[in-house]
Design a protein around this ligand. Sequence first.
Ligand code: AMO
Length: 437
Amino acid sequence: MINNEAIEKRLFASELNKNLIGKKVSIAGWVEDVRPLGALIFLTVRDVSGVVQVIFNKSNTSQNVFLTAKSVARQSAIKIYGTVKESKAKVANVEIQAENIQIVSKAQHPLPIDPTGRVGSSLDLRLDSRALDLRNPFTSAIFKIKHIALQSIRKTLLDEKFIEVNTPKIIGQAAEGGANLFSLDYFGKKAFLAQSPQLYKEQLTLSLDRVFEISTYFRAEKSHTRRHLNEFVSVDIEAAFSYKEDVMDILEKMVVKAINDVLNNCKKELKVLNRELEIPKVPFERITYSQAIEDLKGSGLKIKFGEDLNTKALRRLSKRHKDFYFITDWPTSLKPFYIETKKDDDKISESFDLMYGYLELASGGTRVSDREKLEKRLMYCGLDPKNFSEHLKTFSWGMPVHAGWGLGLDRFVMFLTGMKNIREVVLYPRDRFRLTP
Ligand code: AMO
């Protein structure tokens, strides 16, 4: 039908502007609205970048084209060919005076959800129809912000001389303790899905020096909360010749730059989400675990040294620490075997968590880089060093002191977008009750 396609490259809604007035263009997208008005038909066409008003005038188009436009089902995929005109509407500078319409794919009604968002749907229903839900500018804004944040994160890490790596996700040995592993049959052997790249990223520091990985990890946690998923994306770094303070500084820098980049590149998206994002104060506040339990004592909540800070405690703490803050120096007993202990007190570890409100965004620390000590730490954590022989052997090859962290990307995007449920910011979330779509 439309045979000028080869001449006219398809334009996105956001590319149409006053400089194109009088030019013939083609656009493609989905029909959001059809409003026939006598000899005119107004079509609102949405693509991923925005909306365009398209006008069919009975006197300028063939009867066939006019009738096709009039009867097109909402949300069908279409192509339009026409001339760019100045628009009288306040919302846009230009519109298209259509000459032709091609229905690429008809939408079958009733659709499971209304992607314009005019008719609200529950999150569950939206997730069941996620691909369609993403046509809603509210939902797509979240993923555009995630995309910009990811680009920004990569840029910071590359500038800091990190190399991007990919480590195995099918593994033979747990990295984070054995309780929450998904296991699978690997040609007759028991294998697991990686909970983190911890052991690999540490090993890589002895040759590549500074590495980072952005990937999906798996935790067989039963907890069904608004901030846990069984599959989540983590940004992991590991740096040779570094201590926790060095990598905390990198994390702080990366977070601030990502917020800046989202503020500068996602104005429209933040507006759609009604999110007022602010650049945090630097340096982020740093309190020790012991200070945190003192703070909590002051607010009437008693936590014994060695007890984890549960949600109630973290919520209480977030009343005092409103912005980003680090909790450092956790009891060794609360941290994994690979975390280094203080030189003068092995009950306290060289660790940190990055918090925003009650949300733990990242955790990390200085690692044990001495083989003997690592064996002792494994045993202290009830693990058998024999099962870690592949990992331990690398510690005899000139392992440098090293430090790193893992940042939960989805949780960070919850902060950026102001979403309260992690499922909002993950395309196809996996929780205990959801394995589809
Ligand atoms: P940790 O287990 O604390 O540390 O994980 C790092 C960060 O990942 C995010 N996260 C999750 N997000 C969503 N759903 C989950 N089930 C989930 N579990 C964790 C959190 C958390 O802060 N190897 C260490 C990191 C390191 O020391 O380098 C680790 O995995 O935001």
